[in-house]
Design a protein around this ligand. Structure first.
Ligand SMILES: [Zn+2]
Length: 190
């Protein structure tokens, strides 16, 4: 694992696979963390929801809960079905100690096997088709579209699924179960 300037190991996030690879947290030697006031060599410039004016924090202050606590902040505009969680303490880990990622609309964070899923990244139809568990992912997506769009027209459902891209206004987000590693895709519109 890449080491920081201070030789401390970079924090990992249970519910976000790799915010460093996705450039949500970037190398930067010149930006001081708003929270700990240190030059750590890494900067998170994603969204922070707080009544306080806070931006540019380091991954350590996200992971240890300092940003969440000091600024009464969360990193996500999402809902979730708490009744599906075996351990409710994961709510604060997701909301207050997991970096955010760009979405168009507030979204429903998927829960599988009693725990929040881990966010992996954006995904389009071409990548969805070749996931190792694509059959299950597509079946689930199909059900979701049927319900949320109120349609049973197969061609229409297929067209909606095939219009999911990882760059456009109809985005797909890939998650996976932290228990079984099985993938889940949710969709989002501009
Ligand atoms: Zn910090």
């Amino acid at each position: 694992m890449e080491k920081s300037k201070t030789n401390k190991e970079l924090p990992k996030f249970k519910y976000f696979e790799d915010p460093y690879k996705l450039n949500i947290i970037k190398r930067d030697d010149n930006i001081r963390c708003h929270c700990c006031n240190k030059l750590t060599g890494y900067n998170y410039e994603g969204v922070i929801y707080s009544v306080h004016d806070v931006s540019n924090v380091c991954p350590w202050c996200i992971a240890n809960g300092a940003v969440g606590e000091k600024y009464d902040a969360t990193f996500h505009d999402c809902v979730y079905d708490e009744s599906q969680l075996f351990d409710k303490s994961s709510v604060s880990e997701v909301m207050e100690r997991t970096p955010g990622f760009p979405t168009w609309q507030p979204f429903t964070w998927p829960i599988r096997d009693g725990d929040f899923c881990m966010y992996v990244g954006d995904i389009g139809w071409d990548e969805i088709k070749v996931l190792p568990d694509s059959e299950d992912v597509i079946r689930e997506l199909h059900e979701h579209i049927k319900e949320s769009y109120g349609t049973t027209n197969e061609e229409e459902i297929r067209n909606i699924m095939e219009s999911i891209t990882n760059v456009g206004t109809h985005s797909g987000y890939l998650f996976k179960s932290v228990v079984t590693n099985k993938h889940v895709v949710i969709e989002d519109w501009d």
